[in-house]
Design a binder for this molecule. Sequence first.
Ligand code: ADP
Length: 310
Amino acid sequence: MIELVQGDITKVEQIDAIVNAANSSLLGGGGVDGAIHRAAGEELLFECRLLGGCKTGQAKITKAYKLPCKRIIHTVGPVWNGGSHNEDQLLADCYINSLKLAIENQIRTIAFPSISTGIYSFPVARAAKIAVHTVDQFLKEHPGCFDRVLWVLFDKNTKESYQKEVDLIEKNLDLADSVTESRQTDLQVFACFFQSVIEQDRSAVVICNLEHEIIYMNPSAIENYRKWGGRELLGQSLLNCHNQQSRDKIEKVIEWFKTSKEHNMVYTFYNQKQNKDVYMVALRDQDRLIGYYEKHEYRNAETMKFYDLW
Ligand code: ADP
């Protein structure tokens, strides 16, 4: 559903709404903002004057006037200020609040520019990672709300950065596919099923390929590995989150998995403080080892409140 194209966002056809990377006055500016105001005509400015500006990370909606789409969602990206001024979260907020506003206005197809990476100087690779993963997560949490989410990227370099992140997400799905021995037709039926099983698991689950590259983390794992970077760890080596002793252990387990298709599970660590077991499980495509998952699981039943529906 996520698509990328290189081009001018004011020219996209067959889209309900485009998103403007505006500034907090909402009265027009340079870059994509200027292009949108020029293409929509001065009536857009008249409507924007009535909105009273917009805070960074928030979004407001207007009509689209002379543009081919129906609505414009104006969001204000963060100005890059070194990265420790909440820029990442504010950028994610731009995408989340734009999509929320779109749902409220029955918008099913939407096009984004690369928010903040122009005049506001947010590093493109970092912005692309946040943008694509935030939107992907939002779409998963709001199934059926959108038919198309498009990024219209002005230059080749920006498009390549976004493409890299989209490829990572697709690779993630590919692995979920290869985990099961089912045929392709069955996979389409089961993909959603498996995803919900792993995502709802309150134990941390991290799936890696044989190069230890993290392909998937469930929400508990993202929380569990927050101090190492959380979601940012996707595509990076799991070994980077462990000390040398644990790294050696992980390598050893993989060697053991390789020696027999009967070798499929090893407890690697007991975390006394949290009363958690850590174990690794082999992932095989038929008999061939293709990766592994690591799980952090409480030894005791958790103290959750049961029956909270009643
Ligand atoms: P910001 O102030 O949020 O950084 P800019 O408009 O300066 O916003 O830049 C955001 C991105 O939009 C940049 O990658 C820039 O190249 C791109 N851009 C500029 N004009 C257009 C346009 N007409 N269509 C799509 N993207 C555009």
